[in-house]
Design a protein around this ligand. Structure first.
Ligand code: UDX
Ligand code: ADP
Length: 464
Protein backbone atom coordinates (compact mmCIF):
# COMPACT_ATOMS: atom_id res chain seq x y z
CA UNK A 1 0.00 0.00 0.00
CA UNK A 2 1.38 3.42 -0.95
CA UNK A 3 0.80 6.03 1.73
CA UNK A 4 -0.12 9.51 0.51
CA UNK A 5 -1.89 11.03 3.49
CA UNK A 6 -1.16 10.76 7.18
CA UNK A 7 -3.28 12.23 9.93
CA UNK A 8 -2.16 12.65 13.52
CA UNK A 9 -4.70 13.32 16.26
CA UNK A 10 -3.05 15.38 19.02
CA UNK A 11 -0.63 18.28 18.40
CA UNK A 12 1.34 17.89 21.61
CA UNK A 13 4.91 17.07 22.61
CA UNK A 14 4.75 13.73 20.80
CA UNK A 15 2.46 14.41 17.83
CA UNK A 16 3.94 17.78 16.84
CA UNK A 17 7.66 16.93 16.58
CA UNK A 18 7.07 13.39 15.25
CA UNK A 19 4.87 14.56 12.40
CA UNK A 20 7.19 17.47 11.60
CA UNK A 21 10.07 15.05 11.10
CA UNK A 22 7.95 12.60 9.07
CA UNK A 23 6.87 15.51 6.85
CA UNK A 24 10.45 16.67 6.44
CA UNK A 25 11.73 13.20 5.58
CA UNK A 26 8.78 12.18 3.37
CA UNK A 27 7.99 15.17 1.13
CA UNK A 28 5.59 13.05 -0.93
CA UNK A 29 3.29 12.34 2.00
CA UNK A 30 0.84 15.01 3.17
CA UNK A 31 0.89 15.05 6.97
CA UNK A 32 -1.96 16.75 8.81
CA UNK A 33 -1.81 17.24 12.57
CA UNK A 34 -5.20 17.90 14.16
CA UNK A 35 -6.21 18.94 17.64
CA UNK A 36 -9.42 20.00 19.34
CA UNK A 37 -7.49 22.75 21.09
CA UNK A 38 -7.93 25.74 18.75
CA UNK A 39 -5.37 27.89 20.53
CA UNK A 40 -2.72 25.20 20.15
CA UNK A 41 -3.39 24.80 16.42
CA UNK A 42 -3.29 28.57 15.96
CA UNK A 43 0.12 28.61 17.65
CA UNK A 44 1.40 25.85 15.37
CA UNK A 45 0.22 27.96 12.43
CA UNK A 46 1.82 31.17 13.67
CA UNK A 47 3.67 32.72 10.72
CA UNK A 48 6.61 33.22 13.08
CA UNK A 49 7.82 29.62 13.50
CA UNK A 50 9.62 30.62 16.70
CA UNK A 51 6.17 30.93 18.30
CA UNK A 52 5.07 27.31 17.88
CA UNK A 53 3.74 25.97 21.20
CA UNK A 54 6.54 23.51 21.86
CA UNK A 55 10.15 24.42 22.37
CA UNK A 56 12.57 21.82 21.03
CA UNK A 57 16.00 22.60 19.59
CA UNK A 58 15.77 22.45 15.77
CA UNK A 59 11.98 22.07 15.62
CA UNK A 60 10.96 25.55 14.48
CA UNK A 61 13.34 25.26 11.50
CA UNK A 62 11.70 22.01 10.36
CA UNK A 63 8.22 23.45 10.79
CA UNK A 64 9.27 26.48 8.79
CA UNK A 65 10.53 24.24 5.98
CA UNK A 66 7.62 21.79 5.75
CA UNK A 67 4.58 23.77 6.89
CA UNK A 68 2.25 24.57 4.01
CA UNK A 69 4.21 22.21 1.73
CA UNK A 70 3.24 18.83 3.15
CA UNK A 71 2.79 19.61 6.84
CA UNK A 72 -0.53 21.05 7.98
CA UNK A 73 -2.06 21.91 11.34
CA UNK A 74 -5.82 21.98 11.60
CA UNK A 75 -8.82 21.68 13.89
CA UNK A 76 -10.83 19.86 11.24
CA UNK A 77 -10.38 16.40 12.74
CA UNK A 78 -13.04 14.69 10.62
CA UNK A 79 -11.64 15.85 7.30
CA UNK A 80 -8.10 14.78 8.18
CA UNK A 81 -9.32 11.33 9.29
CA UNK A 82 -11.33 10.92 6.12
CA UNK A 83 -8.40 11.69 3.83
CA UNK A 84 -5.71 9.66 5.57
CA UNK A 85 -4.62 6.07 5.02
CA UNK A 86 -2.72 6.10 8.32
CA UNK A 87 -4.05 7.77 11.49
CA UNK A 88 -1.73 8.25 14.43
CA UNK A 89 -3.28 8.71 17.86
CA UNK A 90 -1.07 11.00 19.95
CA UNK A 91 -3.49 12.34 22.53
CA UNK A 92 -2.76 12.63 26.21
CA UNK A 93 -3.17 9.61 28.47
CA UNK A 94 -2.66 11.00 31.98
CA UNK A 95 -2.91 8.97 35.16
CA UNK A 96 -6.54 8.63 36.27
CA UNK A 97 -7.61 11.09 38.93
CA UNK A 98 -10.89 9.36 39.76
CA UNK A 99 -12.62 5.97 40.10
CA UNK A 100 -11.04 2.54 39.70
CA UNK A 101 -7.28 2.73 39.22
CA UNK A 102 -7.21 6.33 40.52
CA UNK A 103 -3.61 7.55 40.81
CA UNK A 104 -2.29 4.52 38.89
CA UNK A 105 -4.05 3.49 35.71
CA UNK A 106 -3.94 5.53 32.51
CA UNK A 107 -7.07 7.50 31.69
CA UNK A 108 -8.12 6.30 28.28
CA UNK A 109 -11.03 8.71 27.93
CA UNK A 110 -9.34 10.70 25.15
CA UNK A 111 -8.20 7.59 23.31
CA UNK A 112 -11.73 6.25 23.30
CA UNK A 113 -13.10 9.54 22.00
CA UNK A 114 -10.61 9.39 19.14
CA UNK A 115 -11.57 5.82 18.32
CA UNK A 116 -15.25 6.76 18.21
CA UNK A 117 -14.57 9.68 15.95
CA UNK A 118 -12.47 7.58 13.57
CA UNK A 119 -15.22 4.96 13.47
CA UNK A 120 -17.83 7.59 12.71
CA UNK A 121 -15.93 9.31 9.92
CA UNK A 122 -14.02 6.53 8.14
CA UNK A 123 -15.45 5.45 4.79
CA UNK A 124 -12.58 3.22 3.70
CA UNK A 125 -10.02 0.99 5.43
CA UNK A 126 -7.59 2.69 7.76
CA UNK A 127 -4.44 1.89 9.62
CA UNK A 128 -4.76 3.23 13.16
CA UNK A 129 -1.46 3.68 15.00
CA UNK A 130 -1.17 4.02 18.78
CA UNK A 131 1.57 6.55 19.38
CA UNK A 132 0.70 7.66 22.90
CA UNK A 133 2.07 5.47 25.69
CA UNK A 134 -0.69 3.12 26.61
CA UNK A 135 -1.25 0.24 28.95
CA UNK A 136 -0.80 -3.19 27.47
CA UNK A 137 -3.88 -4.44 25.63
CA UNK A 138 -5.24 -1.01 24.72
CA UNK A 139 -5.03 -2.02 21.10
CA UNK A 140 -7.67 -4.66 21.78
CA UNK A 141 -10.01 -2.04 23.26
CA UNK A 142 -9.37 0.23 20.28
CA UNK A 143 -10.16 -2.56 17.87
CA UNK A 144 -13.39 -3.38 19.69
CA UNK A 145 -14.62 0.19 19.51
CA UNK A 146 -13.60 0.63 15.89
CA UNK A 147 -15.13 -2.64 14.74
CA UNK A 148 -18.38 -2.39 16.65
CA UNK A 149 -19.30 1.22 15.96
CA UNK A 150 -17.86 1.49 12.47
CA UNK A 151 -19.74 1.09 9.21
CA UNK A 152 -18.16 -2.14 8.06
CA UNK A 153 -14.84 -0.43 7.36
CA UNK A 154 -11.72 -2.55 8.05
CA UNK A 155 -9.22 -1.24 10.60
CA UNK A 156 -5.71 -2.43 11.30
CA UNK A 157 -4.37 -1.40 14.69
CA UNK A 158 -0.63 -0.93 15.08
CA UNK A 159 1.38 0.00 18.14
CA UNK A 160 4.28 2.33 17.35
CA UNK A 161 5.52 3.70 20.66
CA UNK A 162 7.51 6.90 20.63
CA UNK A 163 10.91 6.80 22.32
CA UNK A 164 11.89 10.43 21.80
CA UNK A 165 13.08 12.34 24.84
CA UNK A 166 12.09 15.96 25.20
CA UNK A 167 14.87 18.45 24.64
CA UNK A 168 16.45 16.11 22.08
CA UNK A 169 13.23 15.19 20.23
CA UNK A 170 14.36 16.24 16.77
CA UNK A 171 17.69 14.44 17.02
CA UNK A 172 16.00 11.33 18.49
CA UNK A 173 13.45 11.31 15.67
CA UNK A 174 16.04 11.78 12.94
CA UNK A 175 18.39 9.10 14.30
CA UNK A 176 16.36 6.76 16.46
CA UNK A 177 18.09 3.85 18.24
CA UNK A 178 15.19 1.81 16.95
CA UNK A 179 11.66 2.15 15.63
CA UNK A 180 9.23 -0.36 17.05
CA UNK A 181 6.11 -1.42 15.21
CA UNK A 182 3.70 -3.92 16.72
CA UNK A 183 0.83 -5.41 14.76
CA UNK A 184 -1.21 -8.44 13.89
CA UNK A 185 1.65 -10.65 12.73
CA UNK A 186 -0.67 -13.61 12.05
CA UNK A 187 -2.73 -12.17 9.23
CA UNK A 188 -1.89 -10.91 5.76
CA UNK A 189 -3.76 -7.62 6.38
CA UNK A 190 -1.83 -7.14 9.61
CA UNK A 191 1.49 -7.70 7.86
CA UNK A 192 0.54 -5.34 5.02
CA UNK A 193 -0.33 -2.60 7.48
CA UNK A 194 2.98 -3.08 9.27
CA UNK A 195 4.84 -2.97 5.95
CA UNK A 196 3.12 0.29 5.05
CA UNK A 197 4.33 1.93 8.26
CA UNK A 198 7.79 0.35 7.98
CA UNK A 199 8.09 1.93 4.53
CA UNK A 200 7.29 5.38 5.89
CA UNK A 201 10.12 5.14 8.45
CA UNK A 202 12.46 3.44 5.99
CA UNK A 203 12.64 6.76 4.13
CA UNK A 204 15.30 7.72 6.68
CA UNK A 205 15.79 4.93 9.25
CA UNK A 206 17.97 1.91 8.31
CA UNK A 207 15.77 -1.19 7.94
CA UNK A 208 17.74 -3.13 10.54
CA UNK A 209 16.74 -0.53 13.13
CA UNK A 210 13.03 -1.02 12.47
CA UNK A 211 11.72 -3.82 14.65
CA UNK A 212 8.40 -5.52 14.10
CA UNK A 213 6.72 -7.48 16.88
CA UNK A 214 3.31 -8.54 17.99
CA UNK A 215 1.23 -5.73 19.35
CA UNK A 216 1.46 -6.72 23.02
CA UNK A 217 5.25 -6.92 22.96
CA UNK A 218 5.38 -3.48 21.42
CA UNK A 219 3.06 -1.95 24.02
CA UNK A 220 4.91 -3.59 26.90
CA UNK A 221 8.35 -2.66 25.53
CA UNK A 222 7.55 1.01 25.83
CA UNK A 223 6.54 0.69 29.49
CA UNK A 224 9.58 -1.49 30.17
CA UNK A 225 12.03 0.92 28.51
CA UNK A 226 10.76 3.83 30.57
CA UNK A 227 10.68 1.77 33.77
CA UNK A 228 14.32 0.69 33.24
CA UNK A 229 15.47 4.27 32.59
CA UNK A 230 13.60 5.64 35.61
CA UNK A 231 14.95 2.82 37.73
CA UNK A 232 18.51 3.84 36.91
CA UNK A 233 17.81 7.38 38.05
CA UNK A 234 16.19 6.18 41.27
CA UNK A 235 19.09 3.79 41.85
CA UNK A 236 21.70 6.53 41.59
CA UNK A 237 19.51 8.88 43.62
CA UNK A 238 19.32 6.26 46.37
CA UNK A 239 23.12 6.18 46.35
CA UNK A 240 23.23 10.00 46.48
CA UNK A 241 21.71 9.95 49.95
CA UNK A 242 24.19 7.35 51.11
CA UNK A 243 27.05 9.38 49.59
CA UNK A 244 25.99 12.43 51.56
CA UNK A 245 26.21 10.41 54.79
CA UNK A 246 29.51 8.70 54.04
CA UNK A 247 31.56 11.38 52.32
CA UNK A 248 31.61 9.62 48.97
CA UNK A 249 30.74 11.68 45.91
CA UNK A 250 27.90 10.29 43.82
CA UNK A 251 29.38 11.68 40.60
CA UNK A 252 32.59 9.77 41.18
CA UNK A 253 30.64 6.65 42.05
CA UNK A 254 28.48 7.03 38.92
CA UNK A 255 31.55 7.45 36.73
CA UNK A 256 33.26 4.40 38.20
CA UNK A 257 30.14 2.28 37.88
CA UNK A 258 29.21 3.59 34.42
CA UNK A 259 32.61 2.68 32.97
CA UNK A 260 31.67 -0.97 33.38
CA UNK A 261 30.54 -1.67 29.84
CA UNK A 262 27.80 -3.93 31.20
CA UNK A 263 26.29 -0.99 33.08
CA UNK A 264 27.06 1.92 30.72
CA UNK A 265 27.33 5.63 31.60
CA UNK A 266 23.90 7.01 30.65
CA UNK A 267 21.06 7.88 33.05
CA UNK A 268 23.31 7.79 36.09
CA UNK A 269 23.14 11.47 36.92
CA UNK A 270 21.89 12.05 40.45
CA UNK A 271 19.26 14.76 40.62
CA UNK A 272 16.52 16.30 42.67
CA UNK A 273 14.26 13.66 41.11
CA UNK A 274 13.05 12.68 37.67
CA UNK A 275 10.03 14.39 36.15
CA UNK A 276 8.33 14.43 32.78
CA UNK A 277 5.08 13.10 31.48
CA UNK A 278 6.27 9.53 31.01
CA UNK A 279 8.36 7.94 33.76
CA UNK A 280 5.97 8.17 36.68
CA UNK A 281 2.89 7.57 34.58
CA UNK A 282 4.32 4.53 32.86
CA UNK A 283 5.60 2.92 36.04
CA UNK A 284 2.28 3.49 37.80
CA UNK A 285 0.69 1.87 34.81
CA UNK A 286 3.04 -1.08 35.01
CA UNK A 287 2.35 -1.42 38.74
CA UNK A 288 -1.39 -1.31 38.10
CA UNK A 289 -1.17 -3.97 35.41
CA UNK A 290 0.99 -6.22 37.61
CA UNK A 291 -1.42 -5.81 40.50
CA UNK A 292 -4.39 -6.57 38.31
CA UNK A 293 -2.77 -9.93 37.47
CA UNK A 294 -2.10 -10.56 41.18
CA UNK A 295 1.67 -10.13 40.75
CA UNK A 296 2.33 -8.40 44.08
CA UNK A 297 6.13 -8.79 44.10
CA UNK A 298 6.43 -7.44 40.57
CA UNK A 299 4.19 -4.49 41.43
CA UNK A 300 6.06 -3.71 44.67
CA UNK A 301 9.42 -3.92 42.93
CA UNK A 302 8.54 -1.22 40.38
CA UNK A 303 6.56 0.91 42.81
CA UNK A 304 9.74 1.40 44.81
CA UNK A 305 11.20 3.42 41.90
CA UNK A 306 8.44 5.99 42.42
CA UNK A 307 8.70 5.89 46.21
CA UNK A 308 12.42 6.65 45.94
CA UNK A 309 11.77 9.52 43.53
CA UNK A 310 9.17 11.13 45.80
CA UNK A 311 11.58 10.72 48.69
CA UNK A 312 14.34 12.48 46.75
CA UNK A 313 12.23 15.55 45.99
CA UNK A 314 11.02 15.81 49.60
CA UNK A 315 14.48 15.17 51.00
CA UNK A 316 15.99 17.95 48.90
CA UNK A 317 13.41 20.49 50.09
CA UNK A 318 13.61 19.33 53.72
CA UNK A 319 17.38 19.64 53.58
CA UNK A 320 17.08 23.23 52.38
CA UNK A 321 14.91 24.09 55.36
CA UNK A 322 17.23 22.27 57.77
CA UNK A 323 20.35 24.02 56.49
CA UNK A 324 18.65 27.40 56.71
CA UNK A 325 18.37 27.06 60.49
CA UNK A 326 15.12 25.08 60.34
CA UNK A 327 13.03 27.97 59.16
CA UNK A 328 12.36 29.55 55.78
CA UNK A 329 9.28 31.44 56.91
CA UNK A 330 9.27 34.85 55.24
CA UNK A 331 12.60 34.12 53.50
CA UNK A 332 13.02 34.78 49.81
CA UNK A 333 14.22 31.74 47.88
CA UNK A 334 15.21 31.90 44.22
CA UNK A 335 14.28 28.88 42.12
CA UNK A 336 16.40 28.58 38.99
CA UNK A 337 14.69 26.30 36.49
CA UNK A 338 11.12 25.08 36.42
CA UNK A 339 11.10 22.70 33.40
CA UNK A 340 11.54 18.99 34.20
CA UNK A 341 14.85 19.02 32.30
CA UNK A 342 16.82 21.44 30.16
CA UNK A 343 15.93 22.40 26.58
CA UNK A 344 12.18 21.95 26.98
CA UNK A 345 9.32 24.18 28.11
CA UNK A 346 7.47 21.14 29.47
CA UNK A 347 6.87 21.14 33.22
CA UNK A 348 4.81 18.01 33.69
CA UNK A 349 5.78 16.29 36.97
CA UNK A 350 8.80 18.58 37.27
CA UNK A 351 10.60 18.22 40.61
CA UNK A 352 10.57 22.04 40.83
CA UNK A 353 6.81 22.04 41.38
CA UNK A 354 7.09 19.76 44.40
CA UNK A 355 10.12 21.47 45.90
CA UNK A 356 8.42 24.87 45.56
CA UNK A 357 5.23 23.49 47.08
CA UNK A 358 7.15 22.14 50.08
CA UNK A 359 8.91 25.48 50.61
CA UNK A 360 5.65 27.41 50.26
CA UNK A 361 4.13 25.20 52.94
CA UNK A 362 7.01 26.37 55.12
CA UNK A 363 5.90 29.94 54.33
CA UNK A 364 8.85 30.83 52.10
CA UNK A 365 8.56 33.39 49.33
CA UNK A 366 9.56 31.96 45.97
CA UNK A 367 10.96 33.79 42.97
CA UNK A 368 11.23 31.67 39.84
CA UNK A 369 13.33 32.09 36.73
CA UNK A 370 13.16 29.65 33.82
CA UNK A 371 14.32 30.59 30.32
CA UNK A 372 11.46 28.84 28.50
CA UNK A 373 8.56 28.28 30.89
CA UNK A 374 5.82 30.92 30.98
CA UNK A 375 4.54 32.60 34.12
CA UNK A 376 1.05 31.33 33.35
CA UNK A 377 2.36 27.73 33.30
CA UNK A 378 4.14 28.09 36.64
CA UNK A 379 1.00 29.32 38.40
CA UNK A 380 -1.08 26.68 36.68
CA UNK A 381 1.29 23.93 37.93
CA UNK A 382 1.04 25.16 41.52
CA UNK A 383 -2.71 25.69 41.35
CA UNK A 384 -3.11 22.15 40.02
CA UNK A 385 -1.74 20.77 43.30
CA UNK A 386 -4.59 22.51 45.16
CA UNK A 387 -2.38 22.97 48.25
CA UNK A 388 -3.15 26.69 48.42
CA UNK A 389 -5.62 29.12 46.90
CA UNK A 390 -4.71 30.75 43.58
CA UNK A 391 -4.48 34.11 45.38
CA UNK A 392 -1.93 32.71 47.83
CA UNK A 393 0.17 31.27 45.02
CA UNK A 394 0.16 34.67 43.30
CA UNK A 395 1.06 36.36 46.57
CA UNK A 396 4.00 34.15 47.53
CA UNK A 397 5.37 33.23 44.09
CA UNK A 398 6.87 35.74 41.66
CA UNK A 399 8.14 34.92 38.18
CA UNK A 400 10.97 37.02 36.75
CA UNK A 401 13.00 37.35 33.55
CA UNK A 402 16.57 36.85 34.71
CA UNK A 403 18.59 34.92 37.30
CA UNK A 404 19.94 38.22 38.60
CA UNK A 405 16.44 39.45 39.38
CA UNK A 406 15.47 36.13 40.95
CA UNK A 407 18.42 36.09 43.30
CA UNK A 408 18.50 39.76 44.33
CA UNK A 409 18.19 40.02 48.12
CA UNK A 410 17.38 36.32 48.39
CA UNK A 411 18.50 34.11 51.26
CA UNK A 412 18.94 31.04 49.09
CA UNK A 413 19.03 29.71 45.55
CA UNK A 414 17.83 26.28 44.40
CA UNK A 415 19.02 25.07 40.99
CA UNK A 416 16.31 22.67 39.87
CA UNK A 417 16.82 22.44 36.08
CA UNK A 418 20.22 21.95 34.46
CA UNK A 419 19.90 24.77 31.90
CA UNK A 420 23.30 25.44 30.28
CA UNK A 421 22.95 29.16 30.88
CA UNK A 422 23.13 28.60 34.64
CA UNK A 423 26.68 27.31 34.22
CA UNK A 424 27.90 30.64 32.91
CA UNK A 425 26.11 32.92 35.35
CA UNK A 426 28.29 35.51 37.08
CA UNK A 427 27.94 33.85 40.48
CA UNK A 428 30.13 36.40 42.20
CA UNK A 429 27.78 39.21 41.22
CA UNK A 430 24.77 37.18 42.30
CA UNK A 431 26.41 36.40 45.64
CA UNK A 432 27.11 40.04 46.32
CA UNK A 433 23.45 40.93 45.89
CA UNK A 434 22.15 38.29 48.30
CA UNK A 435 21.46 38.31 52.02
CA UNK A 436 24.21 36.61 54.04
CA UNK A 437 24.85 33.86 54.75
CA UNK A 438 23.81 33.09 51.18
CA UNK A 439 22.82 29.48 50.47
CA UNK A 440 23.14 27.70 47.15
CA UNK A 441 21.43 24.32 46.73
CA UNK A 442 22.39 22.51 43.55
CA UNK A 443 19.81 19.85 42.75
CA UNK A 444 21.45 19.04 39.42
CA UNK A 445 25.18 18.85 40.16
CA UNK A 446 25.64 21.68 37.71
CA UNK A 447 28.32 23.64 39.51
CA UNK A 448 31.83 22.87 40.69
CA UNK A 449 32.07 22.84 44.46
CA UNK A 450 35.38 24.73 44.43
CA UNK A 451 34.23 27.87 42.68
CA UNK A 452 31.19 28.26 44.85
CA UNK A 453 33.05 27.79 48.08
CA UNK A 454 35.67 30.32 47.05
CA UNK A 455 32.93 32.85 46.36
CA UNK A 456 31.47 32.30 49.80
CA UNK A 457 28.16 30.49 49.35
CA UNK A 458 26.96 27.97 51.90
CA UNK A 459 26.95 25.29 49.24
CA UNK A 460 25.08 22.01 49.05
CA UNK A 461 25.08 19.67 46.06
CA UNK A 462 23.02 16.53 45.77
CA UNK A 463 25.09 13.42 46.52
CA UNK A 464 28.15 15.14 47.90
C1 UDX B 1 11.59 9.71 28.58
C2 UDX B 1 12.36 8.63 27.82
O1 UDX B 1 13.76 8.91 27.88
C3 UDX B 1 11.87 8.59 26.37
O2 UDX B 1 12.51 7.53 25.68
C4 UDX B 1 10.36 8.37 26.37
O3 UDX B 1 9.87 8.40 25.04
C5 UDX B 1 9.67 9.43 27.18
O4 UDX B 1 10.20 9.47 28.50
P1 UDX B 1 11.73 12.35 28.76
O5 UDX B 1 10.76 12.22 29.88
O6 UDX B 1 11.43 13.34 27.68
O7 UDX B 1 11.92 10.96 28.02
O8 UDX B 1 13.17 12.76 29.34
P2 UDX B 1 14.42 11.96 29.95
O9 UDX B 1 15.63 12.47 29.32
O10 UDX B 1 14.22 10.50 29.93
O11 UDX B 1 14.44 12.47 31.46
C6 UDX B 1 13.42 12.14 32.39
C7 UDX B 1 13.73 12.74 33.74
O12 UDX B 1 14.82 12.05 34.36
C8 UDX B 1 14.14 14.21 33.70
O13 UDX B 1 13.55 14.90 34.78
C9 UDX B 1 15.63 14.16 33.85
O14 UDX B 1 16.16 15.34 34.40
C10 UDX B 1 15.80 12.98 34.79
N1 UDX B 1 17.11 12.35 34.70
C11 UDX B 1 17.51 11.74 33.54
C12 UDX B 1 17.96 12.36 35.81
O15 UDX B 1 17.62 12.90 36.86
N2 UDX B 1 19.19 11.74 35.72
C13 UDX B 1 19.60 11.13 34.57
O16 UDX B 1 20.72 10.59 34.58
C14 UDX B 1 18.74 11.13 33.45
P1 ADP C 1 1.90 14.24 24.64
O1 ADP C 1 3.08 14.61 25.50
O2 ADP C 1 1.52 12.79 24.79
O3 ADP C 1 2.07 14.64 23.22
P2 ADP C 1 0.13 16.53 25.08
O4 ADP C 1 -0.79 16.80 26.22
O5 ADP C 1 1.29 17.43 24.83
O6 ADP C 1 0.61 15.01 25.24
O7 ADP C 1 -0.72 16.51 23.73
C1 ADP C 1 -1.91 15.82 23.53
C2 ADP C 1 -2.84 16.67 22.64
O8 ADP C 1 -3.95 15.87 22.25
C3 ADP C 1 -3.42 17.92 23.30
O9 ADP C 1 -3.06 19.08 22.56
C4 ADP C 1 -4.96 17.68 23.27
O10 ADP C 1 -5.70 18.87 23.04
C5 ADP C 1 -5.10 16.71 22.11
N1 ADP C 1 -6.32 15.91 22.16
C6 ADP C 1 -6.83 15.19 23.18
N2 ADP C 1 -7.96 14.54 22.83
C7 ADP C 1 -8.20 14.84 21.53
C8 ADP C 1 -9.22 14.47 20.56
N3 ADP C 1 -10.21 13.64 20.87
N4 ADP C 1 -9.14 14.97 19.31
C9 ADP C 1 -8.11 15.81 18.98
N5 ADP C 1 -7.13 16.19 19.83
C10 ADP C 1 -7.16 15.72 21.09
Amino acid sequence: MKIKNICCIGAGYVGGPTMAVIAQKCPNIAVTVVDINEKRIAQWNDPDAEKIPIYEPGLSEIVEEARGRNLFFSTDVARAIDQAEIIFISVNTPTKTYGIGKGMAADLKWIELCARQIAEVAKDSKIVVEKSTLPVRTAAALKDILDSTGNGVKFQILSNPEFLAEGTAVEDLKNPDRVLIGGDVDTLEGKEAMDALVNVYASWVPRENILTTNVWSSELSKLTANAFLAQRVSSINAMSELCEKTGADVQEVAKAVGMDSRVGPKFLKASVGFGGSCFQKDILNLVYIAKSFGLKEVADYWEQVIIMNDHQKRRFAANMVRKMYNTVSGKKIAVLGWAFKKDTNDTRESAAIYVADYLLNEQAEIVVYDPKVTEEQIYSDLNYLCTRSEEENRKFVTVVDSPMEACAQAHAIAILTEWDEFKVIDWRKIYEDMLKPAFLFDGRRLLERDTKEKIGFEFYAIGN
